[in-house]
Design a protein around this ligand. Sequence first.
Ligand code: RB5
Length: 158
Amino acid sequence: MTIVALGADHAGFPLKEDLKTWLICRGYDVVDLGTQSAESVDYPDFAVGVGCAITAGKADRGVLVCGTGIGMAMAANKVPGVRAAACSDAYTARISREHNDANILALGARITSREAAIEILEVWLGAEFAGGRHARRIEKIVALDGMREQEPRDAPAR
Ligand code: RB5
């Protein structure tokens, strides 16, 4: 069964709890990496936790919730091997799997209703990477992880 790692900041905490219940009811194994209350916290701390759970093989997919999903996605994408997609509709959620092989879904609790978030999550979990021409592009994203150790340089000529 798919293991889903969850993370949220204070803005995302109530939605994270709702999504956890939904996931458990549908038989997913859930690893809840916090936060566990509405007390103010810093979203990068939870983004890195879920990101590392994915890259360490402790979870198959990750879901991060903050106010907009944007900060969580930005922070999670700093973890080499993570492809986090901030999605606010079912179409982008599906394409983030089929084309971008996203391994983390970032949701915004202040912009997405509970019902919409569950729809987005269901679509995202049900969609598979299409491979083919998209695999070549993902390989190029993966290669960018190595840039972090290098000096800044101009964009390469195509
Ligand atoms: C917290 O106020 C808010 O900035 C955070 O949840 C998120 O929206 C950041 O991207």
